[in-house]
Design a protein around this ligand. Structure first.
Ligand code: GDP
Ligand code: IMO
Ligand code: MG
Length: 433
């Protein structure tokens, strides 16, 4: 029996969906604990591609339970759309296969409008580059104690009381502050009455369910969204998302006790990407030959918004921050195949900020923006490695590159991914074993 947390170690899109799908084979429960449909987790199974934004990436296995914890924020329209798509593919999502916490908060239409209006109002250089899914405004309402929860869907009078107060306030802000259109309560009520009917059978208590599962000796897999540097407290604030993305939140966002977590696996791309604005010390900006090659070969376009992802070298400073903040027990190194064909690879082992050395991301965002990476060169390899399934069969330079990551961070890879498909993986150490 084990409880394993999987988190992103960089700025998201590290390949969490793929690794969670892979580890689901060994798990009984797969739990999302933060974020919303700003996430886009891609799974490729036997050449077939699936992208999940809100449903946990364990959903392709029919005999497992997926849970959406209290720390997640849910856009019910998006959730129902994902359920409908799975239904069409012959994988119906039943209440036996999906549990939604009644304490999870709802992303309301005004959250999306506020997100878009606020971003549009910000000057260049101040924009966050959000996904426009209403994430910031929804978490603001949660912390401000005026949010609507999934459980409120089951109590129409409570729901309409809270909605009325919220719409009055949001319409004031939308119209007066942003010059945007107000929203109609009746249209929201109609849509959410329909959502409530469809979602009611799925709503329950995730904390109690996970506690029972743990006591029954079952394996639990926690699926992080976004990445460590997008954490609201520990990331490159304000260029972050609005939730805690690090492993500690697996407990808070699902109601699971910290003493029951056995392993924390950090998903790390063999290079670095970032989508949206904000500091990125090892970035190889658009026009750079290597950066453009990584972007093209890695198909680095956002799974949620389709935006081009910024690309750069592997950043050991970012990896070390992730080791510390998440208490990582292992890495899953993804997209190693994308580096094939580059004669020399670079790994940042520190930063220089106006003559001052850093071995962590400076808390001050301007300093983070000025950080110049200190690189070590590592020889590359030319072979295509997508068909490799055993560590021994990797080219020596690829093994050396992995060893370098381990030396820089003190954490060994437990998995190495050499392609998007479930099969294209080297499982060196099973965290559930
Ligand atoms: P997530 O948000 O962390 O789940 O990652 P995304 O799904 O947004 O982005 C990762 C992308 O890389 C997806 O298109 C995956 O199919 C793909 N991918 C994952 N692992 C590998 C790998 O080892 N090699 C290659 N070439 N692609 C991969
Ligand atoms: P997954 O789970 C990459 C980024 C956005 C923006 C910032 C804030 O697929 O790794 P938000 O909409 O959350 O308020 O946007 O965070 N961002 C992500 N970047 N992967 C994600 O999720 C992301 N979720 C949010 O691009 O810069
Ligand atoms: Mg993604």
């Amino acid at each position: 029996m084990a409880s394993v947390v999987v988190v992103g170690t960089q700025w998201g899109d590290e390949g969490k969906g793929k690794i969670v799908d892979l580890l689901t084979e060994y798990a009984d429960y797969i739990v999302r604990f933060q974020g919303g449909n700003n996430a886009g987790h891609t799974l490729v199974v036997e050449g077939k591609k699936y992208i999940f934004h809100i449903i946990p990436s364990g959903i392709l296995y029919k005999n497992k339970v997926c849970a959406i914890g209290n720390g997640v924020i849910i856009d019910p329209g998006v959730l129902l759309q994902e359920m409908a798509e799975l239904n069409e593919k012959g994988l119906p999502v039943t209440p036996e296969r999906l549990l939604i916490s009644s304490n999870a908060h709802l992303i309301m239409p005004y959250h999306k409008n506020l997100d878009l209006a606020r971003e549009a109002s910000l000057a260049k250089g101040k924009k966050i580059g959000t996904t426009g899914r209403g994430i910031g405004p929804c978490y603001m309402d949660k912390v401000g104690r005026v949010g609507l929860k999934v459980g409120d869907l089951l109590d129409p009078s409570l729901f309409s009381d809270k909605l009325e107060a919220a719409v009055e306030e949001k319409n004031f802000i939308l119209t007066k502050q942003f010059g945007a259109e107000p929203l109609e309560i009746s249209a929201i009520t109609d849509a959410f009455t329909n959502y409530a009917e469809q979602l009611a059978p799925f709503i329950g208590n995730v904390s109690i369910t996970l506690d029972k599962a743990r006591k029954a000796g079952q394996n639990i897999l926690f699926e992080g969204a976004q990445g460590t540097q997008l954490d609201i407290d520990h990331g490159t604030y304000p260029f972050v998302t609005s939730s805690n993305t690090i492993a500690g939140n697996a407990c808070i966002g699902s109601g699971f006790g910290p003493s029951h977590i056995d392993e924390v696996i950090g998903i790390v791309k063999a290079y670095t990407t970032r989508v949206g604005e904000g500091p990125f010390p090892t970035e190889l900006p658009e026009g750079d030959e290597v950066g453009d090659a990584l972007q093209a070969k890695g198909h680095e376009f956002g799974a949620t918004t389709g935006r081009r992802r910024r690309c750069g070298w592997f950043d050991g400073v970012v990896a070390n921050d992730a080791v510390r903040l998440n208490g990582l027990t292992g890495f899953a190194v993804t997209k190693l195949d994308v580096l094939s064909g580059l004669s020399t690879l670079k790994i940042a082992t520190g930063y220089d900020v106006e003559g001052v050395k850093y071995d962590y991301m400076p808390e001050n965002v301007f300093k983070a923006g000025q950080a110049r990476p200190v690189y070590e060169d590592v020889p590359g390899w030319s072979e295509d490695i997508t068909s490799v399934r055993a560590y021994e069969d990797l080219p020596q330079s690829a093994k050396d590159y992995l060893k370098k990551i381990e030396d820089v961070t003190g954490v060994a890879p437990a998995m190495v991914s050499v392609g998007p498909d479930r099969e294209e993986t080297l499982l060196l150490r099973n965290p559930f074993a």
